[in-house]
Design a protein around this ligand. Structure first.
Ligand code: ADP
Ligand code: ADP
Length: 202
């Protein structure tokens, strides 16, 4: 069955429609790209799917269910997120950001992820000592380090050049090929090209 079911989810902010009603199912092994014009609700849908925002209507059912806590308080090995804000832990090195995310599962191939994301030479640096693009790749590594079964990524190639963007998509594709459901909000044609399906909002 699906890892995530979204049924008739809708969200307004005041008089602004942030997300018109949307329904979708995500299955294990799928890489799905969420497209649509700027302002069509892609980020809002990812925030709702991850449990950070509540919809005004409809429901989101992750399988297994999400605990009702913020991931920062109790990271949950089933969910990996690349937020638009990137949000690395500033006091931990790039390598330790990945290792920290994987601490409950303990068997993460942190070195392999760092290599795949062209971050090995930056493993010992603090996020503040790296570029936005490097931080973004580290956030992708963090989202995958615990072997999450559901991965939500908001424009994960937005700060990448062509070559590094392809690396990001390779690791996300590999996560799907290992059985995860991966949902990416993106306009990147490379992302769309690597996806099994495209869902368009707006
Ligand atoms: P996308 O990711 O497709 O660009 P968003 O989900 O970021 O779209 O935003 C959808 C709409 O909701 C936009 O009009 C945006 O301005 C509005 N919006 C998003 N978050 C908020 C918020 N916290 N408060 C008010 N309006 C918001
Ligand atoms: P903020 O609190 O800065 O608004 P976000 O909403 O972007 O943060 O993300 C929520 C919290 O979850 C942040 O504190 C962030 O550090 C943490 N977080 C985001 N993605 C992951 C992840 N993949 N693994 C562990 N923690 C994460």
């Amino acid at each position: 069955g699906p890892i995530l079911t979204v049924s008739g989810v809708r969200k307004d902010y005041g008089r602004t429609t942030a997300l018109a009603p949307v329904s979708l199912e995500l299955y294990p092994g799928e890489l799905v790209v969420l497209t649509g014009p700027s302002g069509s609700g892609k980020s809002t849908l990812l925030m709702i799917a991850g449990g950070w925002e509540t919809p005004d209507d409809g429901e989101v059912k992750p399988h297994p269910p999400l605990p009702d806590v913020r991931m920062a308080e109790q990271p949950w090995e089933h969910l990996g997120v690349v937020p638009q804000s990137i949000s690395l832990l500033d006091e931990l090195t790039i390598e330790d950001n990945l290792a920290f995310a994987a601490r409950r599962t303990g068997d993460a191939d942190v070195a392999g992820l760092l290599a795949a994301l062209d971050l090995t030479h930056l493993a010992g640096r603090l996020p503040g000592e790296t570029s936005r693009g490097e931080q973004q790749r580290a956030a992708v590594g963090r989202a995958l380090a615990a072997g999450a079964s559901l991965v939500l990524a908001d424009e994960p190639t937005s700060h990448q050049d062509r070559r590094r963007g392809a690396l990001v998509l390779d690791v996300l594709r590999a996560a799907a090929d290992r059985g995860a459901s991966v949902l990416i909000a993106s306009h990147d044609p490379v992302a769309i090209g690597r996806a099994d399906r495209e869902i368009t909002l707006g």
